[in-house]
Design a protein around this ligand. Structure first.
Ligand code: GLU
Length: 454
């Protein structure tokens, strides 16, 4: 039974990369019938904001990634962090240090000049200074051997301990540092697998040493390769670096988002679409790809279009009503279900669906249409309009038959009627078939729109 956690710093909204981390951690816990926990790493007082906590919570809840317990706030655990830091000091596993920033800067400069990796030079390591206000507490890294772990995605990762720094665990103002807090909290929350981005690998090496020093079990680790833009660069606002809540507002569906996120690094045979049940059955963290994933707006749109099309139409209507950015209230038209179904074929988002359906309810503005086409066909259109009351408006198929017969008996070619009529009825030159348009608009509206032009 695995216990995993997602540990965002509430210094910004949840983006794709973070959402993927949360999803993978959640799935890893759930496939073992374990627990998924949420921890806000909110010790940076200036940058951490309640607004971001709320935003992250709402993104996770929209995605259906539900923590199994109330969120943990790292800032509330500070007394424990401090207590353990002082225990380490007392037992000689950490030491007090009073090096000035000027001294540290000088050491650093020299190391860089000598092409050495900058790190604390250990001046106070063995001095056993008594701790006083204004001193920091540094962790005594082992000086020989190596620190290694078997990453579930990336394989063996190992570093020579000589390269590791006696890093600060308690600052001079007595606040604990990130790597120390994270290790202690993972211990305190009994985390069995830490799943996070591969930008944390160097932190993991430090955290393993902290965990060893308190005789904690070492969790398993799985570091997820980055999500890059389609061009292999950092994600930008235009590509993927958006608040997850924005995707909801733009009319992306939860199922599409989950299927898209899972594909950012995980595959199962050549299956493209997964129900939650299937994910819970097939997902294995070891199967995550060890090279970076790339963002693809087209793939996300493909998933969204798929789920829009396959959604039960009543659900779709609820989703449209609940998507805050969509201000649309179809009049009392009992055909709107069929309209959305028809228009969902070409819609990448709910907003696109509503926008492309609008002409059924609101007269198009005909701004960019080719009126000459209509002029040329005035007589045809006029004649058509006077004949359609004999058409059967039972279904679009019955209309289709009537239109075909009409064209045949009037010795017309389809485009002579079809092209101008589509412009008149929809304000567009492409998209739905004439029979769908006439059927869904109904006899009256079809006639009124034709009358505007002849
Ligand atoms: N708070 C860290 C971040 O937002 C995550 C640390 C972790 O998962 O251990 O990048």
């Amino acid at each position: 039974m695995e216990i995993t956690r997602f540990a965002p710093s509430p210094t910004g909204h949840l983006h794709l990369g973070g959402a993927r981390t949360a999803l993978f951690a959640w799935l890893h816990a759930k496939t073992s019938k374990g627990k998924f926990l949420l921890r806000f790493e909110d010790t940076d007082n200036e940058r951490s904001k309640k607004e971001y906590v709320d935003s992250i919570v709402s993104s996770l809840s929209w995605l259906g990634i539900k923590p199994d317990d109330d969120p943990v706030y790292q800032s509330k655990n500070i007394e424990l962090h401090k207590k353990i830091a002082f225990n380490l000091l007392d037992s000689g596993k950490a030491y007090s240090c009073d090096c000035s920033s000027e001294y540290l800067e000088e050491v650093r400069k020299k190391q860089i000049q000598n092409k050495l990796q900058p790190k604390y030079d250990g001046l106070n390591r063995d001095k056993n200074l008594s701790h006083k206000d204004g001193n920091v507490i540094r962790f005594k890294m082992p000086q020989s051997g190596s620190t290694s772990f078997e990453d579930k995605i990336l394989g063996t990762i190992s570093v020579n301990n000589k390269e590791l720094d006696d890093f600060i665990i308690l600052r001079s103002d007595s606040t604990p540092t990130y790597n120390f807090c994270a290790a202690i909290d993972d211990f305190d929350m009994k985390i069995s697998t830490v799943i996070r981005g591969d930008d944390h690998i160097t932190n993991t090496l430090k955290q393993i040493n902290i965990l060893n020093s308190i005789n904690s079990d070492i969790p398993d680790y799985a570091h997820l390769p980055m999500v890059l833009s389609s061009e292999g660069k950092r994600l930008s606002k235009r590509e993927g670096a958006l608040d997850i809540n924005e995707y909801k507002k733009m009319g992306y569906l939860q199922e599409a988002m989950i299927n898209y996120l899972i594909k950012l690094g995980w595959t199962y045979k050549d299956q493209e679409l997964f129900s939650e049940q299937e994910l819970l059955e097939y997902f294995k963290i070891n199967d995550v790809n060890s090279s970076p994933a790339r963002f693809s707006q087209d793939l996300l749109n493909w998933y969204n279009n798929h789920y829009i099309k396959s959604n039960k139409i009543n659900n779709l209507l609820d989703l449209i009503k609940n998507t805050s950015n969509i201000n649309f209230n179809p009049e009392d038209n009992n055909k709107y279900l069929e309209i959305f179904k028809l228009m969902s074929e070409g819609a990448n988002t709910l907003i696109e669906l509503v926008d492309s359906s609008r002409f059924f309810y609101i007269l198009p503005d005909y701004k960019d249409v080719d009126r000459s086409l209509i002029e040329e066909s005035r007589d045809i259109l006029s004649n058509f309009s006077s004949c359609i009351d004999s058409f059967s408006f039972e279904s679009h198929e019955s209309i289709e038959t009537d239109i075909k017969n009409y064209i045949k008996s009037n010795e017309l070619k389809f485009p002579q009627l079809g092209k101008p009529l589509r412009i008149i009825l929809s304000g567009r030159e492409n998209a739905p078939s004439i029979s769908e348009l006439v059927y869904l608009l109904g006899l009256e509206e079809t006639r009124e729109r034709i009358a505007l032009f002849i």
